[in-house]
Design a binder for this molecule. Structure first.
Ligand SMILES: Cc1cc2nc3c(=O)[nH]c(=O)nc-3n(C[C@H](O)[C@H](O)[C@H](O)COP(=O)(O)OP(=O)(O)OC[C@H]3O[C@@H](n4cnc5c(N)ncnc54)[C@H](O)[C@@H]3O)c2cc1C
Length: 484
């Protein structure tokens, strides 16, 4: 009945926006401090295209909704008229020499790969305690391959294809912890490609916050001074911004990305408790980047047979000039295979690790509409798209019209990376996540949310970010109702 509690939320990504919604519904006053000039965080859209071609909006953060069962984003996508697609097109795999594998071998290696991924999930769930932290998913692949009667050529092809996993987590497969592989598992059900972009989903989730919260954009937070709840005094949390502004809140929800927390622990005062600090160090942060390549026409679909019209393509070249280690493989999707209204003649490449670092460092000085930018990305991707069926070096239809690449690793407000992942060496992964989820709310009034604090089946995803905001809001309400 008294004055409503005032909660400050740092960050207007999905976690912060959903948190605001639940807190507003509970009658609290909410202020959001967002560093960027827009809401959405890692969910954002950009336009791409040359002067003569309008290619529409592309999502440059997430593309997928991971798992349909009990996934709130599925319902939101339906309510917000978002077009999704359960991607089921034919796969093409190119060998290290750039030659497409025949259909039988392609199916055999793909079947082996998905079966091994399934087995690895089951093993890590059932036997996590007995798996050494140093064991990687790649080690497991190698062991499983030894149990098969495959020829050397087939084994080599399977090992190459296993590198595709890097495109899921943003780090090479030899860095993927087997012990904590189960933390990568998503909800049951199909993976949906968000064909019409996350735009409507974001607007739907943001609506309550846009209507009911006080949102300050362009307000990077640089310091958060917690309260001392145990002292019994009714202190507040002080938040300071880079422009020198000060805000006082009864509670604060910090949705800084994990990568930001790793680099800015000193922003918190009193210092972050040791166990939380260790947890922030222990969980890793991936470096997934995406490159869109637009063409005048879908030349790779000029033939009728499904095998030569691939919609998911995997390249693992040794013929490209690059440092001997690590490898330069790419996963690629044909956006021509999206539902009719969203289909366009474009390829979407996922790149990660050292290769992504290389691309971002090369393009960083240039604007996306500059000739230099075009030439760098053209030279980088030509060895890949030129292997596709239907490619003709002389045809203008095979010459890209434009490129657009993400640069999350140079974006400090995205934590200089993509999302959390679980790498070899991790000894107490689940406990680390639980510690981050706990945050410093109970003692200092500083709660953490974001994809890195999500329930296990949502870690690293948009759904997880949404859930984490919801959960932390409920915990704040519970704590305060117990107190009163
Ligand atoms: C390339 C890429 C591909 C992805 N693909 C998928 C996918 O297909 N499916 C999927 O489910 N997920 C995917 N993800 C992950 C998904 O985007 C994230 O898990 C989710 O968007 C994270 O939401 P969040 O609210 O936790 O964090 P964010 O969206 O990062 O929100 C945090 C907010 O805090 C703000 N902020 C940061 N620092 C400060 C500061 N100092 N002061 C004030 N504000 C600050 C940021 O600007 C941001 O708005 C992908 C991510 C990337 C980068």
């Amino acid at each position: 009945m008294g004055k409503p509690l005032h909660v400050g939320i740092i960050g207007a990504g999905l976690a912060g926006l959903r948190c605001a919604d639940v807190l507003l519904q509970s009658g609290m006053k909410v202020t959001i401090l967002e560093a960027r000039d827009r809401i959405g965080g890692r969910v954002c859209q950009s336009n791409v295209g040359g002067a003569s071609v309008d290619l529409g909006a592309h999502p440059s953060g997430p593309n997928w909704i991971h798992g349909t069962q009990n996934n709130p984003l599925v319902e939101i996508s339906e309510r917000s008229n978002t077009i999704t697609d359960s991607w089921d097109g034919p796969q093409a795999t190119f060998d290290t020499a750039g030659k497409q594998l025949g259909p039988a071998l392609c199916t055999k290696v793909a079947d082996f790969m998905w079966m091994t991924i399934d087995r690895a999930f089951t093993l890590s769930q059932k036997d996590t305690a007995n798996i050494p932290p140093s064991k990687s998913l790649l080690d497991f692949f190698k062991e499983e391959l030894e149990k098969t009667g495959f020829s050397q050529l087939e084994k080599d092809a399977c090992l190459e294809l296993s590198k595709m996993w890097g495109g899921y987590i943003g780090s090479p497969i030899e860095r993927q912890s087997l012990k904590f592989f189960y933390l990568e598992e998503c909800l049951e059900g199909t993976n949906l490609f968000v064909a019409s972009t996350y735009k409507n989903i974001l607007q739907y989730i943001a609506k309550p916050a846009l209507e009911g919260a006080d949102i300050h954009l362009n307000e990077p937070v640089v310091a958060v001074d917690g309260k001392n709840r145990s002292s019994g005094t009714d202190s507040q949390v002080l938040v300071r911004t880079s422009a020198g502004k000060k805000y006082l809140f009864d509670e604060v929800v910090a949705t800084f990305p994990l990568g930001w927390l790793k680099r800015n622990k000193a922003a918190f005062s009193p210092p972050i408790p040791q166990r939380l600090s260790e947890a922030i160090d222990n969980i890793s942060y991936g470096q997934l980047e995406k490159i869109y390549v637009n063409f005048p026409a879908t030349f790779w679909r000029n033939t009728d047979t499904p095998v030569t019209s691939p919609s998911f393509i995997f390249f693992s070249p040794t013929y490209v000039d690059h440092p001997p280690s690590p490898y330069w493989n790419q996963d690629c999707f044909s956006l021509a295979d999206l539902p009719q209204s969203c289909a366009h003649p474009a390829l979407l490449f996922y790149t990660y690790g050292a290769c992504a670092e290389h691309v971002v460092s090369k393009i960083s000085p240039y604007s996306p509409d500059s000739e230099e930018y075009y030439n760098i990305l053209h030279d980088f991707l030509h060895p890949y798209f030129s292997r596709l069926p239907g490619y003709d070096a002389q045809s203008p239809l095979c010459r890209p019209t434009s490129f657009l690449a993400t640069k999350w690793q140079s974006d400090s407000f995205a934590g200089n990376g993509s999302y959390s992942n679980f790498q070899v060496g991790l000894a107490n992964g689940l406990a680390d996540i639980e510690t981050m989820r706990e945050g410093m709310g109970a003692d200092r009034g500083i709660w953490l949310a974001g994809e890195h604090t999500a329930p296990v089946v949502g870690l690293g995803t948009t759904t997880g970010a949404y859930w984490s905001g919801e959960e932390v809001a409920k915990r704040i309400c519970d704590t305060l109702s117990k107190k009163n």
